[in-house]
Design a protein around this ligand. Structure first.
Ligand SMILES: [Fe+2]
Length: 129
């Protein structure tokens, strides 16, 4: 990822012996994971109905908002360091290292999506889903 503008932030990171390009790559991949997880929880929330679903719906909503906040916190850091998000949403999604979310495969009997969400975010909230 090329630096468009050289600001103070990348120089400070380099002075701390951190590879700015590597850091930017990780930050962009993490932003993709956060945004796709946010999307996943958004569509998951719509399918949580009934007595049991209502309780989970609150948890899903908390996780959804948390991941959106993580995404929004990451984006300014990426640009401060001279990076950018991919212009293509498809490319951005594919950096998330998770399969595309869809309503049809949210609830397989093995709970694959819950495990994937834990893997990409690491937030404690995800442990409940
Ligand atoms: Fe997150």
């Amino acid at each position: 990822m090329a630096h468009k503008t050289k600001t103070v932030a990348p120089q400070m990171v380099e002075r701390a012996s951190v590879d700015v390009e590597k850091l930017l790559d990780l930050l962009v991949r993490n932003a993709a994971a956060e945004l796709t997880t946010y999307y996943y929880y958004t569509i998951l929330r719509t399918s949580l109905i009934g007595f049991e679903g209502e309780g989970l719906r609150e948890i899903a909503e908390d996780a959804r908002i948390e991941d959106r906040n993580h995404f929004e916190a990451l984006v300014p850091r990426i640009y401060e360091l001279g990076g950018e998000l991919p212009a293509s949403m498809v490319d951005f999604h594919n950096l998330s290292a998770r399969p595309a979310a869809s309503r049809s495969n949210q609830h397989d009997r093995y709970g694959h999506h819950a495990a994937q969400s834990r893997a990409v975010c690491g937030s404690r909230v995800h442990e409940y889903l």
